[in-house]
Design a protein around this ligand. Sequence first.
Ligand code: GLP
Length: 261
Amino acid sequence: MEVIIRPDKEKATELVAKLIAKAVRARPSLVLGLATGNTMEPLYSKLVEMHRKEKLDFSKCRTFNLDEYVGLEADNRNSYRHYMDEHLFSRINIDRRNTHLPSGTAKDLEKECEKYEQKIKKCGGIDLQLLGIGRSGHIGFNEPLSAFFSRTRVKALTPTTIAQNSPLFDRPEGMPKRAMTMGVGTILEAKRIVTLVVGDSKADILAKAVEGPVTSMVSASALQLHPKCIVITDAAAAAGLQGKDYYKWIFENEPEWDEFR
Ligand code: GLP
């Protein structure tokens, strides 16, 4: 795992946007794994800006989101489909037919999860997966004790996640208590992973994910097993990392990062 600490949230977000843009330019038909949450909103604004000002072209891109709430229609303003349409898809030149999320209202949820896995396979797998980390240590909605070999499935959400996400709902008590999510195993099969974590509320969980033992109690710690995973963070979220000076030294001395410094 490679950890890059930027001075603030804006610089961390900008670096992730540049990495995504570089990958899209190198492979226009990139299969991009996408995430939701507050952390991603400024990132998607940045990608929209790059599309408008630098002609970043998403016309051939294919996308797969990590997760969706069970029971929410696509046009429900709290669904992740709605979030993606609002923050990204409607503002760039992506073909909506190439954007995928599991349907939270499918009659047979188990079958919908299997179909989602097959669609990812049919596209040749995910080239670049974008991730955030929830306060419970989840990636996607893989709550503590998710098996590292798990695939897309329905998961019950923990009280920590419900407390974190329910204020975003029009009626917080109406937040679904279950979600469909790519499994930890699905995520680990992505060819490359970029994880964006910012803010002091994530300092404890980030330290556990990056430097703690690999344990299913912290799903994000599974990322330590991935051969090509970058974690991009800001000084506030990095405050609890023991190796922060070392990560800084590597970033400053690694020629591969020259163009991003
Ligand atoms: C949700 C999503 C995760 C995301 C997490 C972090 O629960 N399912 O994929 O990483 O939120 O959210 P935030 O960026 O709002 O802290």
